[in-house]
Design a protein around this ligand. Structure first.
Ligand SMILES: [Zn+2]
Ligand SMILES: [Zn+2]
Length: 138
C-alpha cells in the first residue's frame, strides 16, 4: 500500500506558491523567530530570500518551500493550511449563490410548515375537546 495515500496530501497550486510573499531574511527575522529553514535545516542568511507563509513561519524561497508545497499545502512547521489563491474567488461566489437559493427554498418551506403547524394544533385542540366531552358523558 502506498504510505502517502493515507496522508491525504493536498498539493498547493503553482499560483498559490507564486503568490506567497518573498522577503529578505534580514527584513523579516525577529529576535525569537526562526533561525533555520525547517525543510533543509540550513541557517538563514541575512541576504537570503525567504518565503513567508500566512502563519508567519519562514522558509527558503529558492527550492525548499516550493518543493514542500508541491506535495502538501500546509506549513512544514505548524501545519497551518496555506490558502489556495487560484480559483478561490470563483468558488466563493458559487457557494454564496447556492446558499442564497437554499435559503429561499427553506423560507418557502418554513411558511408552509408554519401553516400546517397551525392546522395541526387546531385539530389537536378540537380532538381533545371531543375527548373531554366523551369522557364527561361516560
Ligand atoms: Zn530551506
Ligand atoms: Zn507555520
Amino acid at each position: 500500500m502506498d504510505p502517502n495515500a493515507e496522508l491525504n496530501l493536498h498539493p498547493a497550486s503553482d499560483a498559490t506558491i507564486a503568490a506567497l510573499p518573498r522577503e529578505k531574511y534580514a527584513d523579516v527575522k525577529t529576535a525569537d523567530g526562526e533561525v533555520e529553514c525547517l525543510v533543509c535545516k540550513e541557517a538563514f542568511k541575512d541576504e537570503q530570500v525567504v518565503i513567508v507563509l500566512p502563519c508567519t513561519h519562514i522558509f527558503c524561497a529558492d527550492g525548499c518551500t516550493e518543493a514542500w508545497l508541491k506535495n502538501r499545502d500546509n506549513c512544514p512547521k505548524c501545519r497551518a493550511t496555506v490558502p489556495a489563491v487560484e480559483g478561490t474567488q470563483e468558488a466563493d461566489t458559487v457557494a454564496a449563490e447556492e446558499e442564497e437559493t437554499a435559503e429561499m427554498r427553506s423560507d418557502g418551506n418554513a411558511e408552509q410548515d408554519a401553516a400546517m403547524d397551525t392546522v395541526d394544533a387546531a385539530d389537536v385542540v378540537a380532538e381533545k375537546e371531543i375527548e373531554d366531552v366523551v369522557m364527561e358523558d361516560a
